[in-house]
Design a protein around this ligand. Structure first.
Ligand SMILES: *Cc1c(COP(=O)(O)O)cnc(C)c1O
Length: 405
């Protein structure tokens, strides 16, 4: 966002004001919630995705677009410095929007061999049923990425940092591979949030978020987003919203906009809290390894320093073998008073969950040989995925200490 004199606005000003304006009908300063599925129109006919104008040319039907959802789309596009954004019913609907818009039978896609489990399963189990060839590659190994490219590669889908182990991908390098191959580069930046990386500068074509996580930030609404060039987003809107129908409800868009308005402030606090907790975990006798991009001990600390402008609030740590992990997980369930033992992440409340390597391999990743070894180098027999919330770090530390002893 820029001011009247073309001066670039700061991230907080952008987060608060992008997409919003006082309501012209009432003067309301806070954004209205338009719970309307249809809109009175002066277009005599036209009821196909191919006739779509919508948006600034007038709204038609909420599966095309809705003013409250459009407000959030503008806000996220501004935060991610892209031309446009499509919001979806969930992060998974955002991944589906990317895959089913830009891939057809006979195409090849390269996905990260470690990713959010739902995305891993969607790529490995669903896409092949529709004739799409899928390669799952360790995206931190650029030689492996280059070797996986085929003449029919249309899309490279990365995730950085990867859920749940915090491994990073050199996004600029992968963007260069994709460009040379005539493929698109989509990247799931949920762990980093829009504040974490300037994905546009890193050459990413489509930046995906589960807005259930940091962008919403309060654990009360599920949603997804894909931000990128206007022409790519328009194609996704026609396929994913209008035809597949996985739209974000206006109510969720309104809640998530309210969260997004404080995102830069929250990300600073998440980073600060996570740094303190990660440094404390490194000194705890029960903890055998801590992975956090803000630690000098992160195996890709140099890449973290050049690529990430905020290292976010996601920590993974180990406590020994799988049996020890399970015992500590049970102690967490029994003893934690502040940190919730629950899946999800990026909320104002701290959340923790035990992710055992063997189980994830069976259900989601199916890694063998070198790829399994590379996973285990980060995760051992399993990790605690800790999403450090906005509570004071000493309180989070005292709570974790109860469960680790
Ligand atoms: C949670 C998550 C998703 C899926 O998002 P939902 O909103 O739960 O559908 C995708 N990618 C990452 C990295 C996630 O953490």
């Amino acid at each position: 966002m820029t001011t009247q004199k073309n001066r670039p606005m700061g991230p907080m000003t952008t987060a608060i004001h992008a997409g919003e304006a006082p309501d012209p009908a009432t003067g309301a300063s806070a954004p209205p919630l338009h719970m309307s599925s249809t809109f009175v129109t002066d277009q005599v006919a036209g009821f196909s995705a191919h006739d779509l104008e919508g948006g600034d040319n007038g709204f038609l039907y909420a599966r095309w677009d809705n003013p409250t959802v459009a407000m959030l789309e503008k806000k996220i596009a501004a935060l991610q410095s892209t031309e446009a954004c499509l919001c979806t019913a969930s992060g998974m609907a955002a991944a589906t929007a990317i895959f089913l818009t830009f891939l057809s039978a006979g195409d090849h896609v390269i996905v990260s061999d470690v990713s959010y489990a739902g995305v891993a399963e969607l790529a490995r189990e669903t896409l092949p049923r529709f004739g799409v060839e899928v390669s799952a590659v360790n995206m931190s190994d650029l030689t492996a990425v280059a070797a996986a490219i085929r003449p029919n590669t249309r899309l490279i889908h990365t995730e950085s940092p990867v859920n749940p182990i915090g491994r990073l991908t050199d996004l600029a390098a992968v963007s260069a591979f994709a460009r040379a191959a005539g493929a698109l580069h989509s990247s799931d930046a949920t762990f980093a949030s829009p504040l974490g990386m300037d994905t546009v500068a890193l050459g990413v074509d489509l930046t995906m978020h589960s807005i259930t996580k940091y962008i919403g930030g309060h654990g009360d609404a599920v949603g997804g987003a894909v931000a990128g060039r206007a022409d790519l987003v328009a194609r996704m809107r026609a396929e994913a919203s209008i035809h597949h129908g996985g739209i974000l409800s206006p109510f969720n868009a309104w809640l998530i906009s309210r969260g997004a308005a404080t995102l830069p402030l929250r990300m600073k606090a998440h980073q600060q809290g996570a740094q303190t907790v990660a440094e404390w975990l490194e000194t705890h006798p029960q903890v055998t390894k801590v992975i956090y991009p803000g630690l000098a001990s992160h195996p890709q600390a140099d890449l973290a320093a050049t690529q990430m402008r905020n290292t976010s609030g996601m920590i993974s740590f180990q406590v020994g073998d799988a049996a020890t992990g399970q015992r500590i997980a049970q102690q967490m369930i029994d003893r934690l008073q502040i940190v919730h033992y629950a899946v999800s992440l990026g909320h104002h409340r701290s959340l923790i969950f035990w992710m055992e390597t063997a189980g994830l391999m069976d259900t989601s990743f199916h890694l063998k040989g070198d790829q399994l070894e590379a996973y285990r180098a980060y995760a051992g027999d399993g990790v605690f995925r800790l999403s450090v919330g906005l509570e004071e770090a000493p309180d989070v530390i005292a709570d974790l200490d109860l469960a680790l002893s």
